[in-house]
Design a protein around this ligand. Sequence first.
Ligand SMILES: Nc1nc2c(ncn2[C@@H]2O[C@H](COP(=O)(O)OP(=O)(O)OP(=O)(O)O)[C@@H](O)[C@H]2O)c(=O)[nH]1
Length: 494
Amino acid sequence: MSGFANSMMSRVREMMDRLSSSATSWKDLAAAAEAVLKVDNDYFMAIQIINKAIDMYAASLGLESISMRDPKKFLDAARQQTGDAKVVSELVPLFLTRSEVLSNLGAHKRAKLELDAVISVAPDHERAKELRQETEEVMAMEGKSYSQQEDAKIPATVLTGFLGSGKTTLLNHILRDWKGDKRIAIIENEFGEVGIDDALVTKALKEEETIIEMNNGCICCTVRGDLVEGLKKILKSGRADGRVDHILIETTGLADPAPVAQTFFVDDYIQARIRLDGIVTVVDAKHIIQHLDDEKPEGVENEAIEQLAFSDRILLNKIDLVDAPYLSQVEERIRAINNFAPIVKTTLNVATNLESTINGILGIRAFSLDKVLDMDSEFLKDGQEHQHDESVTSIGIDLVGEVDEGKLNAWLGHILKNKGVDIFRMKGVLAVEGQDSKFVFQGIHMLFSGIPQDEWKPSETRSCKLVFIGRNLDRAEIEGGFRNCLVKRPHVAQ
Ligand SMILES: Nc1nc2c(ncn2[C@@H]2O[C@H](COP(=O)(O)OP(=O)(O)OP(=O)(O)O)[C@@H](O)[C@H]2O)c(=O)[nH]1
């Protein structure tokens, strides 16, 4: 991670560490949150500190489990334990600060819910009533028209979906086939040591597009700081040569979208200029149930479930690979996780209804912090880092040289037959002996396709790049197997 990104992401944590070691009471934290709000207008930092103050207060009463989840229940329980006077003088001010911050971050519904809770225990509290009225006014305005301030920001879409679901296919349609005239900047993140998507993303880009690749870790954890940096770079490039109308962020197939979405609230500069338009999840109809049912070790999230839960629009893709009863079953499973996101059925590789599909995911104003907080009241808490399932790894191969077609086919056939269940995803761009075109292959479990694509240019070195992502992969076996397919002795590229 770059120095800048490091410093950005560690800022909140450093501040929290400093406060934890120097400020030992909830009162100190409450004062610190007020100061951060007044001096810096730093809402994300303020909410971290005020949450900690409320947590500390709740812990002193043994009520930490309900403090965020249900503010009314928490305030009522606190009242029973400490009496009305203390709740009004101590807890209410904490909740007022929190409501103010939530409103400033755009979570008006959640702010109102907390203010309602405050007013239920302190019906005459003037400041609480005032804040609730202000919040209601903003909500009424937002109901009529999208706020001008939000309109002025550049919309960003987080494109998520499990490995191989069709994200890059969709991206290519947007870049190559879509008739819309938006200037789109793209941030691409891959899981795997060797970047392949660069070769798979269409070269027929509209001239103006900016593509930023982030391949040194997963966007939802290690490279979140780089995402902020990438967004800032896009903002600057947009300023230099006109405009950027939309930002599209393709996450890895193993990303948890929650921390990616949180990024839009962490940095003031970003928050003032970019708004999260929506989280779009592409679903592979054939394989999704298998991944939803995948049992994970203790403390490890199931990414396929998270990607659906946080989604604002779902593209139920690859419907050509399943029959109608199975498709209904898939829809039912999706609905059990996310009952509000519209589902659009697609076959992205043949691009039917492309215009309406793309228009239905860009500029939709679908992301709502309120909606997310309803589902996950701790969404704005920093430090909830995503833990990847460590049995799922990636193996990257990057070698100069070319393969023997017969040996390659036999080896790929062997892998598909014997490792198809464990290999979630494989893809590669290969030089095949005697062929002028690059051989591009894609595999998802037992499904495989390979096609010649683009000729090798005289200036290019004929080489092979492959990525395997899956469970319990044996690096020596896969790498050894591939090396046996090579025609010449390879030279390992660094
Ligand atoms: N049968 C079928 N195949 C599809 C469809 N959409 C995409 N594919 C194929 O599925 C494979 C994976 O598609 P990608 O777009 O690379 O998937 P991805 O989500 O970007 O994959 P990762 O980046 O590895 O997570 C490719 O071979 C596509 O051609 C579809 O609707 N039907």
